[in-house]
Design a protein around this ligand. Sequence first.
Ligand code: ZN
Length: 487
Amino acid sequence: MPPFEPVIGLEIHAQLLTTTKIFCGCSTRFGAEPNTALCPVCIGLPGALPVLNEAAVELAIRASLALGCDVHATSIFARKNYFYPDLPKGYQITQYDRPLATGGRVDVRRDRGSVSLRITRVHLEEDAGKSLHDGFPESDVVTRLDFNRSGVPLIEIVSEPDLRSPADAAAAFAAIREILVAIGANDGNMEEGSLRCDANVSVREGPDAPFGAKIEVKNLNSFRHVERALAFEIERQTTAIQRGDRLHRETRLWDPAAGVSRAMRSKEEADDYRYFPDPDLPPLTVAPEWIERIRVSMPELPRARRERFVREYALPEYDAEVLTQSGAVADYFERVARVSGNAKAASNWVMGDVLRKIKETRLADDAIPLKPESLAELIRALDQGTITGPIAKDVFEKMFASGRSAADIIASEGLARIADTSAIDAQVRAVLDANPSAVAEYRAGKTRTFGFLVGQVMKATGGRADPALVNDALRRALADSGGAVSD
Ligand SMILES: [Zn+2]
């Protein structure tokens, strides 16, 4: 039997970064005391009327444009009717047959090349509340409800089933997350639930075979979970088919701790929800001028920026990739590169020392205390030979900790490079005198000792001696003294 081919599509729910909910003025802040951000609208008390939040629409349009979709002049809010304890209204306001945007495309980078993922649609909807099952004394018999999330604005992004491996699916989720974060539509925080991914997966006997039964796997709140859950599902479905079982459409829940997916419910047909246009909300109309205004205000997307970094700064692709992981870091790098006039050095410092410091100090990417101009000054000092490489690392640490300028630290601590050859010669002689056995080893042909002697001279000068001059001076001294070291 030929190997089965997996067919995968994604459904991503992203919370829009508004301060208030989609149909009322309640706060969307994460972590508030349960049931403190509520009003009659978001818990659906009779007679309460929803009013659409313009900021949510604007962010949804930004996301749609960034995902390459056509934004429609008119879209319709519909009621999706179902009963669930976390949905006190008895329906969710969403968009159904007339979504905000359709027909997009995202390029997904892989280890080799890229794969194109078609975006079917982007629609606006409200989030439901949250059931709290654990962590209370009576949790075995009682479920508690927190409605703070009720009415938080979401977009749902639905893709075509274009993906063919768990790794591609994880990469696609990452690519979409990167875009949403870059345009400020979503904070990318999967742990707090502001970005969630469900995957539809089926297997078939080959690229030309009809699609198999679509299984939806929910609760994939990390790239790793996406990959593991899909690998598990593909294996499970393949085994079932080989055994002669018939698979049915269903929704399953991924249990990351156990590493298995479990049946949650058989999939309702679409008309089970009795969708109909919400009579409380007029059709959403979006003027073409508004879309245009948003289009011109869009920041450069990560992929375009990556390509520009390679082109404009002649950086290796790896550098461009690391530097564009965050918009703030990319901005910082560009400033350092422009002011220092040395893009590759700027890249090395930002990728290495700056990112390390951000990690160590748990700083936000946009709160780097070292000004890009200051780092550029340090790079120039190094390029002009004012200081040596080892000293530059030291000055960097001091600048980062104190906010003082490179020039100030170099001058006040006497860290300027020693380029005076007579001073270096004197240090070299002192080191040779102090290490007769190393000198003897060098003469006996153990040339590695040379590096040790260089190190001793650098140490004696506190790292300030010009390493190239030390090398020359040492070579000369060892040749001159021709076997006998002065004593
Ligand atoms: Zn409210």
